[in-house]
Design a protein around this ligand. Structure first.
Ligand code: PBG
Length: 326
């Protein structure tokens, strides 16, 4: 039997397709990740992330002003310090690279761009882990929470609108919430990297922040196992109970089932991080002429929205904003 409904009617013209489109990507959905390196006076390209640079303080300011003009509502900042140590102490230094950046950007753009500070120590520790090491050599969860609390207060003092803890320590959200509240920063929100997987797609990011995990190690002791989907729901529920204002799923593309499941259990904004390796794959294939890079960019980023994300952290933010403005 021929089906009663002809599905192709709405596919005939671009305007018909646009009229019935269920999902549309908007500049307001985008958060641009940006890197700032304390020792640079000129921006430095990151070879494994074509089109992305480590910024100097000055080039960061120019880039955020440009993003503001394009209407991108938010940036998330990652710092590369001049000095690393075993506790990542530069992360909470009031004069540290991110705190200086937050102060500058607040002066430049006021409230026109939401300033989000990634909150972790891996860029700041000499061993490259997201926390302090315990006697057994593993990351000591509870000893790390105090560091995160101090970093949150330093970031909020410097002008962050949101802190985004990415270290996957148990109890990190409540530790940060308590510290922020105690310091009078009740208005500073928390975007929790809630379901963050130990992923091979973070490779280029580690080049971007000059991180090598000591001894060829990995983060499987604290980040999630990619075989687990239901566990992500527990991670998200815990972060919500601890006071997370936004919950994030990371990476995005291999975890769209998790994004959709998260959407089904909560009404808080859901963020998804289209990570460095996901970006680099599209760039590499496009550079080889194997795929149409622009088309792939729109397809992938729109699919993340379709799966249920309200906010998408992506290295394509500026390109998408430019394309949408045309
Ligand atoms: C940890 C952190 C990582 C990323 C964001 N925050 C790396 C990691 O967990 O190893 C990865 C982002 C990306 O790959 O784009 N501070």
């Amino acid at each position: 039997m021929f089906p009663q409904r002809r599905m192709r009617r709405f596919r005939r013209t671009e305007t018909l397709r646009r009229m019935v489109a269920e999902t549309s990507l908007d500049v307001d959905d985008l958060i641009a990740p940006l890197f700032v390196n304390e020792i640079l006076s000129e921006p430095l390209p990151i070879p494994s992330l074509p089109g992305v640079v480590q910024h100097s303080q000055d080039s960061l300011r120019a880039e955020v002003e440009r993003l503001a003009r394009l209407g991108v509502p938010a940036v998330v900042l990652f710092g590369v310090p001049a000095r690393k140590d075993d506790t990542g102490s530069e992360a909470s230094n009031p004069e540290g690279v991110i705190q200086l950046a937050l102060g500058n950007l607040r002066d430049d753009v006021g409230d026109d761009v939401v300033l989000i500070a990634d909150l972790c120590v891996d860029e700041y520790t000499d061993h490259g882990h997201c926390g302090v090491l315990g006697p057994s050599g593993g990351v000591d969860n509870d000893a790390t929470l105090g560091l995160y609390a101090d970093i949150a207060v330093a970031q909020a003092d410097a002008g962050a609108d949101l802190c985004a803890p990415s270290g996957m320590m148990d109890g990190q959200v409540i530790a940060i919430r308590d510290a922020l509240d105690e310091a009078g920063h009740t208005d500073v929100a928390i975007m929790a990297y809630a379901a963050k997987y130990a992923s091979s797609f973070y490779g280029p990011f580690r080049d971007a922040v000059d991180v090598t995990i000591a001894g060829g190690g990995d983060r499987k002791g604290y980040q999630q196992d990619y075989r687990n989907g239901r566990e992500a729901i527990d991670e998200i529920a815990l972060d919500l109970s601890e006071g997370a204002d936004i919950v994030m799923v990371k990476p995005a593309l291999a975890y769209l089932d998790v994004v959709a499941a998260a959407r089904a259990i909560t009404n808080v904004p859901i963020a998804a991080y289209h990570v460095s390796g996901e970006y680099a794959m599209i760039r590499a294939a496009a550079a080889n002429g194997w795929i149409d890079g622009d088309a792939a960019m729109f397809e992938v980023i729109t699919s993340i929205k379709r799966a249920g994300a309200d906010l998408i952290l992506t290295y394509f933010a500026s390109e998408i904003a430019e394309a949408l403005a045309r």
